[in-house]
Design a protein around this ligand. Structure first.
Ligand code: PPS
Length: 292
């Protein structure tokens, strides 16, 4: 079944959301001027984007009390392709932090010339599929698909916003030499948040003292983020998600796919993805059937 044109359009081989961006704007990003000090979080949806956004906010802003401490994540680390709040990206003071779901071949040219830093976060695609399924039924900007089986087929065929998980991850992974890029997984963050924050700091050349590090880790836990109005995306409810249908920070665990997928669905997933994922194992540590 093809995705509804009301919710996605294809541009240069990638599915975008029509109410958030136009083809012209996507094309204009090729020339978007990059600064060496820019930092980009790159993810396929539902892979830990907001979590990483929050960690960057905490690393860059929290200690400074420069008037930005009450700003929400979406203003501090805005979406490159989805500039829904009409922010002036060009004149933003450095260091500019951005988020994107773009595939490697649609990002600004200078990013591909190893200018700026890229943090790519990936998550076990089975958990991504389940999280994406729940989010599709929460977000008013995505097509509601109440039947998981139908959603799964769409996901496996890459017929969802941001297209195929496999293409996204493989594209960024195989083109890594073109970028100044650091790969991280949701699972690493979940198993050792402090270690993940330290790795991010090392990549960014940021030195935090023990107390600052403790503050970042404390404020980046799932429980803390769920109660932090700047981090939990509750403000999205007015325009992007339907009140009362659920929460953006839903479960935040590894292996939730086992609570949703039947054995047959999991095997179907393996048949389509597992073999094709073999070449990714040097970049990402998990097997899609890993236990917690
Ligand atoms: S989006 O829409 O692409 O920006 O979504 P994204 O932020 O990438 O992914 C949302 C999932 O990440 C979980 N999340 C967390 N897990 C653990 N710890 C923390 N701190 C955290 N913050 C967000 C969020 O709950 C979504 O996963 P699911 O499995 O649906 O709970």
């Amino acid at each position: 079944m093809e995705p509804s044109e009301e919710f996605v359009f294809k541009h240069k081989g990638f599915y975008f959301q029509p109410d958030l961006v136009t083809p012209e704007y996507i094309d204009s990003l090729e020339d978007f001027e990059i600064r060496d000090s820019d930092v980009f979080i790159v993810t396929y949806p539902k892979s830990g984007t907001v979590w990483t956004q929050n960690i960057l906010c905490l690393i860059y802003h929290e200690g400074h009390r420069d008037g930005t401490e009450n700003m929400e994540i979406k203003y501090r680390v805005p979406w490159l392709e989805y500039n829904i709040y009409n922010m002036d990206y060009v004149h933003r003071p450095s260091p500019r932090l951005f988020t994107t779901h773009l595939p490697y071949y649609l990002v600004p040219r200078d990013l591909r010339n190893r200018r700026a830093k890229v943090i790519y976060v990936a998550r076990n695609p089975k958990d991504v599929a389940v999280s994406y399924f729940h989010f599709s039924n929460l977000s008013v900007t995505l097509e509601t698909i109440p039947d998981f089986n139908i959603f799964l087929e769409r996901f496996l065929a890459g017929k969802v916003a941001s297209s195929s998980w496999l293409d996204h991850v493989r594209g960024w992974s195989t083109h890594r030499e073109e970028f100044n890029i650091f790969f991280l997984t949701y699972e690493e963050m979940k198993k050792d948040l402090r270690g993940a924050v330290l790795k991010i700091c090392k990549f960014l050349g940021k030195q935090l003292n023990e107390k600052e590090l403790d503050t970042v880790v404390e404020n980046a836990t799932f429980d803390k983020m769920k109660t932090d109005p700047r981090a939990n995306y509750d403000s999205m409810q007015s325009n992007l998600q339907e009140r009362g249908k659920g929460h953006f920070l839903r479960k935040g665990i590894i292996g939730d796919w086992k609570n949703t997928m039947t054995v047959a669905q999991s095997e179907r997933f393996d048949n389509v993805f597992k073999e094709k994922m073999k070449d990714l194992s040097s970049t990402f540590s998990w097997d899609i059937n890993d236990d917690i």
